[in-house]
Design a protein around this ligand. Structure first.
Ligand code: MD3
Ligand code: FE
Length: 205
């Protein structure tokens, strides 16, 4: 009990303050071109509390009509997603231990009350590639279980500059964000938390 799933690599304080600030500037530029939008759940159309956008060749989106999917364009503007910033590509090269570059970077913005329910990331066609997650801004309580929904879960606080790398069994672990801790970081002038997840989407050759 209370063992993290195989392949779960937690790198606390991986990014120093300057590296975090540089990433925030990259994300500002992405959001200026590809605004945060309110994703809605399949079938019910219920809005998620997290606002989202993407960069890279593919982005993860969801809406009532078409559900969870990856697509090459922003759902509101219809434009292609902005390029993946070089700084994000460099982190993948340094940490992912995977030959191909990420196709998608999902940008999640949490305000003080936003949460993300427990789920698996299984909309990708390549589970052999890791998911690389970067936390910026306010701390959150993150919950991670096992590949079976019934597996015991444990909580972990994620703070600004932390990186989590999910490979192997942990790639299909259930996980979610239970709560945000408002006012715990000065990185974002308006508060809140940003999470970036870098992923491979398409099947390996
Ligand atoms: C564990 N995001 O976008 S990132 C998501 O903080 C998502 O915004 C959360 O879950 C966030 O899908 C968590 C850390 C993370 C990402 C992917 C995982 C943990 C994971 C995949 C498998 C297991
Ligand atoms: Fe997820």
């Amino acid at each position: 009990k209370h063992v993290l799933p195989e392949g779960f690599r937690y790198l606390p304080d991986y990014l120093d303050r300057a590296a975090q600030e540089a990433l925030v500037e990259d994300i500002r530029a992405v959001v200026a071109d590809a605004p945060l939008y309110v994703p809605t759940m399949p079938r019910t159309g219920r809005p998620m509390s997290v606002r989202m956008t993407n960069c890279g060749t593919l982005g993860w989106v969801t809406d009532k009509e078409r559900g969870y999917r990856y697509q090459a364009t922003h759902p509101a503007t219809g434009k292609p997603w902005p390029d993946m910033p070089e700084r994000l590509a460099a982190l993948w090269r340094d940490l992912a231990d995977y030959p191909d570059m990420p196709e998608a970077c999902l940008i999640n913005f949490y305000d003080d009350t936003a949460k993300m329910g427990m789920h698996q990331d299984n909309d990708e066609a390549d589970f052999s590639a890791p998911v690389l997650s970067i936390s910026l801004g306010d701390s959150c309580l993150f919950r991670v279980g096992g590949t079976d929904r019934k597996d015991r879960a444990q909580s972990l606080k994620l703070t600004s500059g932390d990186i989590v790398l999910l490979s192997g069994e942990s790639r299909l672990a259930h996980h979610g964000v239970t709560r945000i801790y408002p006012g715990t970081s000065t990185l974002l002038k308006q508060g809140g938390r940003i999470n970036l997840t870098l992923r491979r989407v398409t099947a390996p050759l």
